[in-house]
Design a protein around this ligand. Structure first.
Ligand code: ACO
Length: 341
């Protein structure tokens, strides 16, 4: 059986920077730079312009990953697309990306799978892609995480608790087969559906007839409680800490690792305080952590692949290093993966 390694990384963030102060000055949200920085570590985030979807952000990220892997479209056997902000209810973003990248133009109709595991989407996607490669089914799987949050944030004082946290961006990796002794060593995934609505954006309810209430003219009416994301911030904080530490310990135990074996911790960027709290709890040194929440906010499925791509670009992530990637998010879902780079 081949190993599955990450042969290329890429990322893309939209050019428009929105600072914490601009949330107040431009959008009129009753907030301050100090409040957001102190509680989350976020200084600024990127917002995509109208007309841009997650597949648009994913395209340059995926092209960069392919270039860095030295591969072309023809080499790719499958697309796995992780997002919580797809263009539409269906189809998924994977087929939009396939079309935009030109796969269809060259008659290369690779399968496209969407992963709906929110902030854990990349780790779930990595487990999926690595399994397909290690089974011998595929040689090169393109895995992306991409989000356009800015369209679905309640950018008003009512929505400030959630709106100040999220930003837009995309990250991509190519998961490739190799006979070398390296790659994705294993993972631990989990979920707890008791908290399905502790962090959610419902928009519609398929149990109702019709799934979105309509007025007498047949126009759909979505009330604000359904339209915007809902989050019990304190519950998310508490569970994120417990589950991320638990998942990390699970992969450590399975692979007989200790903290000292890991060269780089690549944690989902939900909140700097969550990650610092975990770092202190497990007693890991700060210089083994990468972070970009200051610049991008929480980009959900894109946080980990953007961090990986930036770390490679900056020379912080090099061949031979051991990486621990850990995520937690809506569902609740969580996961940790160990990768020998
Ligand atoms: N600016 C100013 N005031 C705000 C803002 C804001 N952006 N957001 C909320 N407030 C106010 C609230 O309205 C509330 O005011 P009130 O007391 O008058 O009602 C007050 O601040 C305290 O609100 P809390 O929600 O209790 O604030 P808390 O200290 O818990 O911080 C936060 C909120 C930062 C979201 C925190 O709960 C947290 O970090 N939770 C983790 C959740 C998280 O990181 N989610 C990321 C997405 S999920 C994921 O990726 C895993």
């Amino acid at each position: 059986m081949p190993n599955a390694y990450i042969s290329g990384t890429g990322y893309y963030v939209p050019p428009r920077v929105v600072t914490n102060s601009q949330l107040r000055d431009v959008y009129g949200i009753d907030t301050t730079d100090e409040w957001i920085r102190q509680r989350t570590g976020i200084v600024e985030r990127r917002f995509a312009d109208e007309g841009t979807g997650p597949a648009d952000l994913a395209k340059p990220a995926a092209e960069m990953a392919l270039r860095n892997a030295g591969l072309t479209l023809r080499d790719i056997d499958m697309i796995v697309f992780a997002t919580l902000s797809p263009e539409s209810a269906f189809p998924g973003s994977g087929v939009y990306l396939q079309q935009k990248m030109g796969f269809c133009d060259i008659g290369h109709f690779v399968p496209a799978l969407d992963v709906r595991n929110q902030c854990s989407g990349f780790v779930y996607g990595l487990a999926t892609a690595a399994s397909l490669v290690m089974s011998g089914q595929h040689r090169h799987v393109l895995l992306v995480g991409s989000e356009v949050h800015s369209a679905a944030l309640d950018l008003s004082t009512r929505g400030r608790q959630v709106a100040s946290l999220f930003g837009d961006g995309a990250g991509a990796v190519v998961v490739s087969a190799t006979d070398e002794d390296r790659g994705v060593r294993g993972w631990a995934l989990g979920a707890d559906g008791r908290y399905a609505e502790t962090l959610c954006q419902r928009v519609w309810d398929m149990r109702r007839r019709p799934f979105i209430p309509v007025d007498e003219r047949g126009v759909g009416q979505v009330v604000p409680e359904m339209m915007w994301a809902h989050m019990d911030g304190r519950a998310v904080f508490k569970h994120a800490v417990e589950r991320m530490i638990g998942a990390l310990m699970q992969v450590f135990a399975a692979h007989r690792l200790t903290l000292n074996d890991v060269d780089l911790f690549v944690f989902h960027q939900a909140n700097l305080r969550i990650n610092e709290f975990i770092r202190e709890q497990i007693g890991a040194p700060p210089d083994k952590f990468v972070s970009n929440i200051e610049r991008y906010g929480n980009t959900t499925a894109a946080t980990i692949p953007i961090l990986l791509a930036e770390a490679v670009e900056q020379g912080r992530l090099r061949r031979g290093m051991k990486v621990a990637a850990v995520a937690f998010g809506s569902g609740f879902t969580w996961g940790a993966a160990i990768v020998d780079w």
